[in-house]
Design a protein around this ligand. Structure first.
Ligand code: PRX
Length: 690
């Protein structure tokens, strides 16, 4: 794909230059054919040392798609420390869902995130733990984090954890959580971090699916001044998890100490780590050994455990972290995501630590103790990059701008947004008020599956336009394709279609845990040869991309991805509910909220009591954010003759966009639509009155 505005002569000249510049690296990295020779000497890790760094971004992008082996081979050799050099750059076949990067290589992610930096700057803060109470932050240096990680790795080993075993991490964003992830990486165990807001049942489902041997947790956590009991949730979850042999319990607060470490599986973590050796040899892992599982919602079925592996993921997160955020040595990187989500994995932990950055661990909420929290933190910690979710921005812009302006934000260089579309009002407030119009704002599009940012502006590129609400351009190695309704690639500009990525990239997920077939069917079957994102996108006249939203039954509540099928499954478990259908409904702050259409049996309780129980049911089965904001009791649901619920009609009823309901000819009984519209009118009236 030609980079816009680059003449072919100039591009060819640049590529020739790149080939010359890369020649010392290129020779030892064999391509697909010929005898395999191993790399003999490697440049220092953690820095982008080669001449590639001097090339303009557009030329780097062009190289990354015209000669991906050259680009990624050089990047991997240059930026990562290998225990055994890789033999090939890639061996991928998207048709079969086969993704294999840097085969033959051996590596340890924790060495790249810790040991290499301890060699050069041991006393630099790796983490700044921004605890719930402002002004009580704790700094952890690279040396301290390495020791903590080793002690925890030895503790895991002492409790029977071996290479390949899964370890559940149910902890708030904290140094211990980061050490837990890196400790698993050190010994080759596979972590699965579960967002600490998930219910006992949701946690149990993940532990069961991953067959975790050990769970790491703490007594309780504190958020927005309120304590949240975690250990009690773990206790309830592990009752139905026979694979769990030990629960390692840390003491986060003094108040919760009594709740900690009492059951037969429980091990007091601080004592165990104190007794463990402070040094732990790093396992030499295959490039493609799994690093972690992260469960995420799909349009059908239970959440799926996406598998990410070692070398490619680390390379991709470190490269995107540097280029998208314009990361420079000495920066304090402030990503306020929870480590329970992919954003926390890639841009709180792995990308920044691989780059030797100081990364902020934000434990609180945007409005605690007041709506100035983020900006007071920026001033106090001298944050260079601030990366957050539009839902929080929408909430904050409803308060007076003085909450922002009274704090010094001169340390900020780049602003970032992630997880959902950023509307114009939020974009402008973030850019103009928070960033004083001088910081580029990167709207970053990516997914749990993609491992790292795929489409975003490139702020470090000279003269790069940053346009409101545009996710902009593909990152290195990414080739977006928009597909039409017949499955054909759409060429040209000003078009919209299904967003696919036409070639493999090192950060992408490798599989769904123990269900590779589902992986293939979900992502590679809809458009053979391409990765299907599930999102729609629009390509502007200038060739920039804008995400138009999900094309499936996944919704986005306050930046949390939620499958409507999961909510329906929870509702349908109630004896009074024979069936239900859930759709996304727009919300000014949260982006979307679930809107539930429920059919109730006549003879079971009063509707208000049942609806209360349904709310509780969803909170216990999934999490509080998944509880529908609206319940509409209906007699029947609109179904096709083959029995499929026509959700698009329900979406239109919910948003009162019933002027054009589209083709209803496949409905079994079209009169059901009028019935539901009437029920919705009554609901709306009642709602207005209350
Ligand atoms: O619909 C897209 C939306 O979030 C989905 C991915 O959710 P998740 O796997 O939880 O990862 C979120 C953090 C990377 C996508 O399929 N999404 C993500 N970023 C954007 C976005 N929608 C619009 N603009 C974005 N920048």
């Amino acid at each position: 794909m030609a980079a816009a505005g680059v003449s072919s002569t100039r591009t060819l000249r640049t590529l020739r230059t790149v080939r010359i510049l890369l020649s010392p690296l290129r020779a030892p990295i064999p391509n697909r054919t010929g005898p395999l020779r191993l790399l003999s000497s490697l440049p220092p890790p953690g820095t982008w040392t080669s001449e590639l760094s001097r090339l303009p971004h557009r030329d780097l992008h062009r190289l990354s798609v015209t000669d991906p082996d050259q680009f990624w081979g050089a990047a991997a050799a240059d930026r990562l420390r290998w225990m055994k050099p890789f033999e090939r750059v890639q061996d991928c076949d998207l048709n079969r869902g086969k993704i294999n990067w840097f085969p033959g290589g051996r590596i340890n992610v924790s060495v790249n995130c810790l040991d290499v930096h301890v060699e050069t700057h041991p006393d630099r803060a790796a983490l700044i733990w921004e605890r719930d109470e402002p002004g009580t932050e704790v700094r952890v240096t690279y040396r301290e984090l390495l020791e903590m990680t080793c002690r925890l790795a030895n503790t895991l080993k002492a409790h029977g954890v071996q290479k390949g075993d899964r370890v559940a991490v149910y902890l708030p964003t904290s140094p211990l959580a980061v050490a837990a992830m890196l400790a698993c990486a050190r010994i080759g165990a596979v972590h699965t971090v579960v967002f600490a807001g998930f219910s006992a049942e949701a946690l149990a489902g993940r532990i069961q699916d991953a067959e975790c041997k050990v769970v790491l947790t703490c007594d309780e956590t504190v958020r927005g001044g309120r304590s949240v009991p975690l250990k009690a949730t773990v206790d309830a979850a592990v009752r139905s998890c026979p694979s769990v042999r030990h629960v390692l319990v840390s003491r986060r607060t003094d108040g919760g100490a009594t709740a900690a470490a009492v059951g037969p599986l429980d091990v007091p973590l601080e004592e165990a780590m104190k007794a463990a050796a402070p040094v732990c040899p790093a396992e030499a892992l295959d490039s493609e050994d799994p690093l972690f599982l992260l469960y995420t919602s799909g349009s059908t079925g239970r959440p799926k455990g996406l598998v990410h592996s070692q070398a490619g993921y680390l390379l991709y997160t470190s490269l995107t972290h540097q280029y998208v955020f314009d990361h420079r040595d000495g920066d304090v990187f402030g990503c306020v995501a929870d480590i329970g989500w992919i954003t926390g994995h890639s841009y709180v932990v792995y990308g920044p630590l691989c780059n030797g950055a100081t990364t902020v661990l934000f434990e609180s909420t945007p409005v605690y103790p007041n709506p100035g929290r983020y900006w007071e933190m920026v001033q106090r910690l001298r944050v260079s990059q601030f990366y957050g979710a539009p839902t929080a921005l929408r909430l904050l812009l409803s308060y007076d701008d003085s909450w922002v302006k009274k704090y010094d934000r001169s340390s900020l260089r780049t602003l970032g947004s992630v997880g959902e579309p950023i509307n114009h009002e939020a974009w402008h407030w973030f850019h103009d008020v928070v960033g004083e119009g001088r910081c580029p704002l990167v709207d970053t599009w990516w997914q749990t599956e993609t491992g790292g940012i795929c489409i975003a502006p490139r702020p470090a590129e000279e003269g790069a336009p940053v346009v409101p609400a545009m996710a902009m351009r593909p990152f290195f190695g990414i080739e977006p394709v928009l597909m039409g309704e017949q499955g054909q690639p759409l060429s040209g500009q000003s078009v919209d279609g299904a967003l696919c990525l036409a070639r493999p990239w090192p950060g992408m997920a490798r599989s769904i845990f123990r269900d590779h077939q589902r992986f293939i069917e979900t992502y590679f079957t809809p458009y053979p040869g391409c990765y299907f994102t599930g999102d729609g996108a629009w390509r502007s006249e200038d060739g920039f991309y804008q995400i138009t939203g999900r094309m499936d039954d996944v919704i986005n509540v306050s930046g949390h991805r939620l499958g409507t099928a999961e909510v329906e499954d929870a509702l349908d478990e109630h004896p009074a509910v024979p069936e239900s259908a859930v759709v996304g409904f727009p919300h000014p702050i949260k982006g979307e909220v679930p809107f539930a259409f429920v059919v109730l049996k006549d003879d079971l309780g009063s509707p208000p009591a049942v609806l209360r129980q349904l709310r509780e049911l969803v909170a216990t089965k999934i999490a509080k954010y998944a509880v529908p904001e609206h319940f509409l009791v209906v007699e029947r649901l609109p179904k096709t003759r083959s029995g499929k619920i026509m959700r698009r009609v329900l979406r239109k009823v919910a948003t009162e966009a019933t002027g054009d309901l589209g083709d209803l000819s496949t409905l079994d009984d079209p009169s059901v639509v009028q019935e539901i519209i009437q029920a919705h009118r009554r609901y709306r009236e009642q709602h207005r009155k209350s």
